[in-house]
Design a protein around this ligand. Structure first.
Ligand SMILES: [Zn+2]
Length: 663
């Protein structure tokens, strides 16, 4: 999965709970309640563990589920965003528990939208059966299957978001994103790879689709797919829509890699040959890196939209990518969006094929654990950016400009003082990607980009110590290049990672990794940049990529000067913890009304910061917070500061070598 934007973060959100409210007065002791001389009332029974807890839900076993589940999705109601589902499940009489997927692969969190499931009716032999929702696990439904019944007939709806405040929009009048995990109830007690499902979908008239599933038959607007395991079904989502372009990304007949683009409007599909060639080069560069493929065909699904919600979600044989509508047509303005596709593609190897042992689960209702996400996501973030450069989706300069931003963000990630990089692997479960007010202090899934810096550190260390003979490419080939052509997951542990690194270049890799995962230093792990032949420096002019990303996101990013980011409606979207703006009392959501007595605009604020370098007066901001107007003074005189990587001529240009295409 692709993380949220790594530089300009957060959005207007509620203020944090004041610390004082957490440490209110001590609770009254029971003695205080009975003081006063009156005879104590009879003691009511103390609460105790209730015997009425529902029984445990049967654990998944590695045994075949008898018969085939038939699942039919009606995805034609695109105006009202309603998916209609009917399902038949072979059963035997007796108690049965049906599960709605909760722990979703690639999201690393319990994000299944059970709240969107409605209208559930279950019948057997035409007779309605009552179901009982489990009161502990609300994703589970208990049913008593009557004697003689051999199948259950289910009907329900998935009421997808009609407004983005209800969640990600997955259906618009132009396109949809069907994720099978939202559309199915499945029996408890089985590994999902042992449950067979035959799925079909009905789309709006004239719509086309793409998915890694293979069609068995079509009838009008309905398509039935070849039966697959529930694991493969959930791993094979669909994009569909009215405006579609199909592109072959390789010439292989036996293992085709296909790009299917969906767009809000047909003119957004216009792609230049060199843009498509860069996507083709991504495939060849990934094969040179990973020395394998783990699919029999691959479908890169790409939606260019500002109406359907954004996504980057990996699968073995496909990926879901939704990004800026002008991805192709305003190529130069969308530099930062071009790391999305390489990241998700690299996940076919890192994350789907090789998967952390504690993250792999037998079904979608067993909790996942995220301790190795600094490999799963951190190294994918690294390879995604390296492959973007090697494929020509980025120039070397663009890759270095993006890396400068990453380095600067983590050089200012003060939250490391209390929260280790390792602890950030719990963030998907802790925070569920909700907006947070103090990103630099709370940290947020930093295993992605701080993880990327750790892998750059490891790569350059191997290159330096081996005299350029070895690199992290060798790790990728050894770790991900096994079982070519196969896509059964192979799990790994921390020790497996260390052992493979040692096989590439012997070093105390366990200590190397643990130090970087567990430390509380104020310094970011920037050794890889230094060993790569560059220095992180700041100047008063933003890089071209920095400027374009600011423009695309409609932000003014003064993180490294005033310690704030201004977004739409001149509201602060980020304030650096302990930075100059923080010291002046500013917080996320505050609106800047005026700068030194004159109406706010982005250029005026930047000019003022520049001017403050040569005088001693503080910068005065009139700000609005709720219905209160206040004047704050920021005593900052360091001028504008933007991050860059500057070549260090004393060190070989290892970063240039890393970013250069493989022959
Ligand atoms: Zn990812």
């Amino acid at each position: 999965m692709r993380r949220r934007d790594f530089v300009w973060l957060g959005s207007a959100s509620a203020l944090g709970v004041p610390l004082g409210s957490l440490t209110g007065s001590a609770q009254q002791r029971p003695a205080d309640l009975t003081a006063g001389g009156a005879a104590p009332a009879p003691t009511p029974p103390l609460p105790s563990p209730s015997s009425s807890l529902p029984p445990d839900i049967i654990a998944p076993k590695d045994v075949p589920f008898g018969g085939t589940i038939h699942l039919a999705v009606d995805a034609t109601d695109v105006t009202r965003h309603i998916f209609g589902v009917t399902e038949t499940i072979p059963v035997q009489s007796g108690p049965l528990t049906l599960l709605y997927p909760r722990w979703l692969p690639g999201t690393h969190a319990p994000g299944g939208r059970i709240d969107a499931l409605a209208g559930l009716m279950i019948h057997a032999h035409g007779r309605r059966l009552e179901w009982a929702r489990d009161t502990v696990d609300v994703h589970a439904f208990h049913v008593d299957v009557p004697a003689g019944a051999t199948q259950l007939d289910l009907a329900f709806q998935f009421l997808s978001a009609g407004d983005s405040n209800e969640g990600r929009i997955v259906m618009t009048p132009e396109m949809l994103n069907l994720q099978w995990n939202s559309m199915i109830l499945y029996p408890a007690g089985y590994f999902v790879r042992r449950i067979t499902v035959e799925a079909s979908v009905k789309l709006a008239e004239g719509w086309q689709f793409a998915t890694a599933l293979e069609a068995a038959s079509t009838a009008g607007a309905s398509t039935t797919f070849k039966p697959v395991s529930l694991e493969t079904l959930v791993d094979s989502p669909m994009f569909a829509g009215r405006h579609v372009k199909r592109v072959a990304l390789n010439e292989s007949q036996s293992v085709p890699v296909r790009l299917t683009v969906f767009a809000d409007r047909p003119e957004l599909l216009e792609a230049k040959p060199e843009q498509l060639d860069a996507h083709r080069a991504l495939v060849t560069q990934a094969y040179k890196l990973f020395k394998s493929h783990h699919y029999d065909h691959y479908d890169l699904l790409l939606a260019l939209t500002d109406r359907m919600g954004g996504i980057g979600l990996e699968h073995h044989r496909s990926s879901e990518n939704a990004t800026a509508p002008t991805y192709f047509t305003e190529w130069d303005k969308n530099v930062d969006t071009r790391a999305l596709v390489p990241h998700e593609f690299a996940h076919s190897w890192n994350g789907k094929f090789r998967r952390p042992a504690d993250l792999w689960t037998a079904n979608y209702n067993v909790p996942m654990r995220d301790s190795l996400l600094w490999v799963y996501e951190g190294q994918t973030q690294y390879w995604g950016q390296v492959l973007a450069a090697r494929a020509g989706l980025w120039s070397k300069e663009q890759a270095l400009e993006i890396l400068a931003e990453v380095a600067a963000v983590y050089a200012h990630r003060i939250g490391r003082a209390w929260k280790s990089l390792q602890d950030t692997t719990n963030d998907p479960i802790i925070a569920g990607r909700r907006a947070i007010p103090w990103r630099s202090w709370q940290r947020s899934e930093d295993y992605y980009s701080e993880g990327e810096l750790v892998w750059l550190d490891a790569d350059t260390l191997i290159r330096e110590r081996s005299g350029g003979e070895k690199s992290l490419d060798d790790f990728a080939g050894a770790f991900f290049g096994i079982n070519n052509g196969d896509w059964e997951s192979v799990t790994y542990t921390f020790d497996d990672v260390v052992n493979t690194l040692n096989a590439v270049y012997p070093y105390d890799w366990a200590d190397f990794l643990r130090t970087r995962l567990e430390n509380h230093r104020s310094e970011a792990p920037l050794d890889g940049i230094g060993r790569g032949g560059y220095r992180l420096v700041y100047s008063d002019t933003p890089s071209d990529t920095f400027k374009k990303t600011e423009a695309r996101r409609k932000l003014t990013d003064l993180t490294y000067s005033l310690g704030l980011v201004v977004g739409r409606e001149s509201k602060l979207t980020d304030v650096l913890w302990d930075g100059p703006a923080y010291a002046a009392g500013l917080t996320v959501g505050t609106q800047i009304v005026a700068v030194n007595g004159v109406t706010y605009d982005s250029d005026r604020l930047k000019e003022t910061v520049k001017g403050a370098k040569t005088n001693s007066a503080p910068i005065e901001l009139l700000v609005k917070n709720g219905d209160r107007y206040t004047t704050v003074r920021i005593d900052y005189h360091g001028g504008l500061r933007y991050p860059h990587l500057e070549r260090d001529p004393g060190v070989p240009p290892r970063l240039d070598q890393i970013l250069a295409p493989r022959n």
